[in-house]
Write a protein that binds this ligand. Structure first.
Ligand SMILES: *Cc1c(COP(=O)(O)O)cnc(C)c1O
Length: 357
């Protein structure tokens, strides 16, 4: 690393979070969701820590993400959550990655691509109200069950996904749970039954007849929503984004800063240059937001550039002084509010230019 801008992953925090979640889940198995490069934390790192600290299974979105884990030597069961193109079924089989089955036509087509050396693990995906991936009729389920009568495929799980698990009073949530349970009753003896993301896992802990929870955001120590914060006080955030002052200078009243000259110093001011910009995923929308230097908030003045930004310092600081963009004193939820989005999106938005340490 030549440029002092990095993402710091607190491995101990991830280990703590998974152990705490595991304890609260009792008999239920924990599927650690490490899609999108482990929500920006590094998928292999997170998967290894999660497995060492009690996770039983892993989930990813893409087949590429599953292959990355297998190539790193990870042998735990992996479920891919996104739909697979039927012609890639043999690849999933070859890497022993379970995939969702969401229609009988998809399954018929996938089976046409499999040969006797293949064995594709399937989890039936029910759309109980998310309106995303999944089947919506019992007849479809029956057609799928009829297709699972040979050794090419193995029906291993059934699952659904909630649209409003992070809202404490939601009738949709209750309805989705009820619908899901009515489908589960049609496939007795299936190995994995799962419906809960982080928010639902805590709400339903020990209540519903499912035996796996799919935990993403909580693993990383971030809240599923503001409303859920009270349920998740035990979490420790694992993600920090840091940099260092590269230049510190005093500017005179009237001097403007950055493209478009949108900021004019009203008096003598200390300005620090920080080597991170929108090419790293630090949005131009952060103009006006405060970063932390020496425990104090320092406003981003002028436009955020592609590779750097400027902050107003309360006094002169030495070059090399640490700047916290996300972390202690600058929670990710604050950055998310500033951008008008959720912490999930902020975690995923940093580019490969920013190394994870
Ligand atoms: C991403 C995802 C999860 C994890 O959700 P969190 O809110 O991060 O816990 C669980 N299930 C599915 C289907 C997902 O896509």
């Amino acid at each position: 690393m030549y440029r002092p801008t990095w993402i710091e992953i607190d491995r101990e925090a991830i280990a703590h979070n998974i152990r705490e979640i595991k304890t609260r889940m009792g008999e239920q198995q924990v599927m650690a969701v490490v899609k999108a490069d482990g929500y920006g934390h590094g998928a292999v790192t997170v998967a290894e820590i999660a497995l060492e600290n009690g996770a039983d299974l892993l989930a990813v979105a893409l087949l590429e993400e599953a292959i990355e884990l297998r190539e790193a030597g990870i042998q735990a069961p992996i479920l891919m959550l996104e739909a697979l193109l039927p012609e890639h079924a043999p690849v999933a089989s070859n890497y022993d990655v379970a995939v969702p089955v969401f229609s009988a036509d998809w399954l018929q087509e996938a089976k046409r691509h499999l040969t006797e050396i293949d064995h594709l693990r399937l989890h039936i995906k029910i759309d109980t109200g998310m309106g995303r991936l999944g089947l919506q009729h019992v007849d479809e389920l029956k057609r799928i069950l009829a297709e699972c009568d040979d050794d090419l495929v193995e029906l291993e799980g059934i699952y659904t996904h909630f649209a409003t698990a992070d809202e404490l009073s939601s009738q949709l949530f209750e309805r989705q749970l009820e619908t899901f349970l009515s489908y589960v009753a049609l496939v007795p003896d299936i190995r994995y039954v799962h419906c809960a993301n982080s928010a639902a896992a805590i709400r339903l802990a020990g209540q519903a007849p499912f035996n796996v929870v799919r935990v993403g955001i909580a693993l990383y120590g971030a809240m599923p929503s503001d409303e859920m914060a009270g349920h998740y006080e035990f979490l420790k955030p694992a993600f920090s984004l840091k940099s260092r002052l590269m230049q510190v200078k005093q500017v005179e009243p009237g001097q403007t800063i950055s493209y478009g000259a949108t900021y004019t110093a009203p008096t003598d001011e200390w300005i620090g240059t920080v080597p991170i910009g929108y090419a790293d995923g630090w949005s131009r929308k952060f103009q006006g937001y405060s970063l932390i230097v020496d425990g104090l908030p320092c406003e981003i003045v002028g436009r955020v550039c592609m590779d750097r930004l400027m902050i107003r310092l309360p006094r002169e600081y030495p070059i090399g002084t640490e700047v916290i963009l996300i972390g202690e004193g600058a929670p990710i939820e604050e950055a998310a509010h500033w951008l008008g989005t959720i912490n999930y999106e902020v975690l995923c938005q940093f580019s490969k230019r920013v190394p994870r340490q």
